[in-house]
Ligand binder design. Sequence first.
Ligand code: SF4
Ligand code: F3S
Ligand code: FES
Length: 257
Amino acid sequence: MTEPVAILRQAPAAEGQHRKLKIGILRYNPQEPESVPHMQTYDLEEADGMTLFIALNEIRETQDASLHFDFVCRAGICGSCAMVINGRPALACRTLTKNLGPEISLAPLPVFELIADLSVNTGKWMRAMSERLEGWVHMKEKEVDLSRIEERMEPELAQQIYELDRCIECGCCVAGCGTARMREDFVGAVGLNKIARFRLDPRDTRGDDDFYELIGDDNGVFGCMSLLACHDVCPKELPLATQIAFMRRKMVAMGWK
Ligand code: SF4
Ligand code: F3S
Ligand code: FES
């Protein structure tokens, strides 16, 4: 198996060049007792505009129907195709092979439950995190008042909320974070971003104390060691490090430690 660092140093394709790609995939299916983790390499002819989504589909159609991976939207919207590409979490449907060297390594996102090969259960992790953080708008009324949901808000505020709402729950920030690898219940940058988003929402009746109660420990903002990988790998370029640093400063000023 080629070292990931060496792969990262390989030159991308020159314009119009069709290369022979070697795609190494970490194969393992925990549902099959005889399955053992191993790297399997597939040879593939590169095509114009080829993404890893196209490459993986071609491998599955022409070489190995047993290969597991997830895609839904193919447009960087659903978050389901995140995987570790040459050692870095990213979306396969938004990754052009021409920007990578001819030897590519693919592995499933760590932290999340492995389904098989490149397919992981991010939904289970995201749901548990969201339940712990009560990741929904808490309105005063018992019955949801639809007219209030549509209440006007200042465009600048709506824009700020929209900016944080662009998270597609792909899991890249969690997979790239050292703390998430060590702490099973760490809510990750995706969870901290969720709190930042609801904190801004004027319809949510929770105050700062309520929000910070949810993230004021080592599984929340004080577990973050400012490793910044979340910020570097987020495919939606959310301002994760800025949001985490802001909340931490605010909480310390309010007497949280
Ligand atoms: Fe993905 Fe970014 Fe959301 Fe993390 S914050 S889950 S990297 S979109
Ligand atoms: Fe992890 Fe990001 Fe903090 S990578 S340690 S959540 S800054
Ligand atoms: Fe939906 Fe890649 S398939 S983000």
